[in-house]
Design a protein around this ligand. Structure first.
Ligand SMILES: NC(=O)c1ccc[n+]([C@@H]2O[C@H](COP(=O)([O-])OP(=O)(O)OC[C@H]3O[C@@H](n4cnc5c(N)ncnc54)[C@H](OP(=O)(O)O)[C@@H]3O)[C@@H](O)[C@H]2O)c1
Length: 329
């Protein structure tokens, strides 16, 4: 297949483009700063906002998988929140315009979205998990910081931009993705591992909030399935079927790294730590309990359904990556 991946230079894009190139696909990454990538991957310039020569890559392609968006691992200042919104909405809109203008539009458009679109699980009786049919989109939960609402608004606008695009010949899927765990440097697993290895990976604010996650290998396999699943359209949750509470999630991770100590942190300590690391506590404190309803219905079988087997695998891969000094697949 010819597959165009806007924003394919980041953590998730790295795992995806390497896997697709390895299986023989013709992979084109759209980036604001093209550099040489792996063999079999072409790198083309775009600005993420306006149509340009890059649109010819979309015309005649089999699929587009749009991953572009400013990183959410930052302080949620007004300026950063605005960039988080515009980078997602603008890039999705212009991808839609390129598909709409194509003489031979791609068969399928997989658009990144986020599991953060759902309400904090603690706002539902019994911390009920969200699947695509019974899940509740967030934004109106009581007792959560008001600015969390903005993250949900970003996710909604992101999905709306795809849903309202004028691309009738192209199947559209919104990938409501949980934290993607890859062993690469700089990703979310690397960050959590760093905390765990320092002995700081204890419960945060009691640790009852759920963590939804997906192993990078399963993320790639799920994308491969969705590229082919002609009857699947609309939002699809990409999350392992066993989300777990943050205190258990970190205990399993500490054990995988051989670190017996995991100091607990209060909400205030988390705020201070997040401030020092220039990130935001929503990533640690929001309760995300999301289930892969439609993926399971489509026959997807997870290679890593449980964190207790995923974590040691990721730790082994991270150790190997560090030893060999190379990036991981
Ligand atoms: N990582 C996760 O666990 C996770 C979970 C759920 C959803 N997601 C979403 O999945 C997408 C990819 O995640 P990731 O972790 O790979 O993110 P990432 O490492 O931050 O990469 C995202 C890519 O988006 C591009 N980008 C950034 N700002 C942009 C802008 N203003 N306009 C156009 N492109 C821009 C960048 O490419 P260039 O600099 O090369 O242009 C960057 O490589 C993101 O949208 C993220 O929100 C990630």
């Amino acid at each position: 297949m010819k597959i165009v991946i806007p924003g394919g230079t980041g953590q998730v894009g790295g795992a995806l483009r390497r896997a697709l190139a390895q299986r023989g696909d013709d992979v084109v990454v759209l980036s604001r700063r093209p550099e040489r990538l792996e063999e079999g991957v072409r790198h083309v310039v775009w600005d993420g906002r306006t149509l340009g020569a890059w649109a010819t890559e979309v015309d005649g392609a089999d699929a587009v998988v749009n991953l572009a968006g400013r990183s959410v691992s930052c302080r949620y200042t007004d300026a950063n929140l605005r960039q988080m919104m515009s980078s997602r909405v603008d890039s999705t809109r212009v991808v839609g315009e390129a598909i709409a203008g194509a003489a031979h539009p791609p068969r399928v458009w997989l658009q990144m979205s986020t599991a953060t679109i759902y309400a904090d699980a603690r706002s539902r009786p019994g911390d009920l998990a969200h699947d695509e049919s019974t899940g509740v989109v967030g934004g109106e939960e009581p007792d959560v910081p008001l600015y969390w609402e903005y993250s949900v608004r970003i996710a909604r606008r992101w999905e709306e931009e795809q849903a309202t695009a004028d691309t009738p010949a192209t199947r559209r899927v919104a990938l409501r993705t949980a934290m993607v765990m890859t062993p690469d440097r700089g990703g979310v697993f690397d960050y959590m591992s760093w905390m765990a290895r320092l002995g700081l990976g204890g419960p945060v604010d009691g640790g009852r909030q759920y963590v939804s996650w997906i192993h990078g290998e399963d993320f790639v396999r799920a994308v491969e399935l969705l590229l082919e699943a002609d009857d699947v359209e609309g939002p699809v949750n990409l999350a392992a079927p066993e989300p777990l509470q943050q205190r258990d999630f970190m205990r399993v991770l500490r054990r995988a790294w051989g670190q017996p100590v995991g100091l607990p942190a209060t909400r205030l300590m988390a705020e201070v730590g997040a401030f020092a690391l220039r990130t935001d506590t929503e990533l640690l404190l929001k309760s995300r309990r999301v289930l892969p309803g439609r993926l399971t219905d489509a026959g997807f079988s997870f290679r890593y359904p449980a964190w207790r087997t995923a974590a040691p695998d990721l730790v082994a891969r991270a150790r190997e990556t560090r030893r060999s000094g190379r990036r991981s697949a």
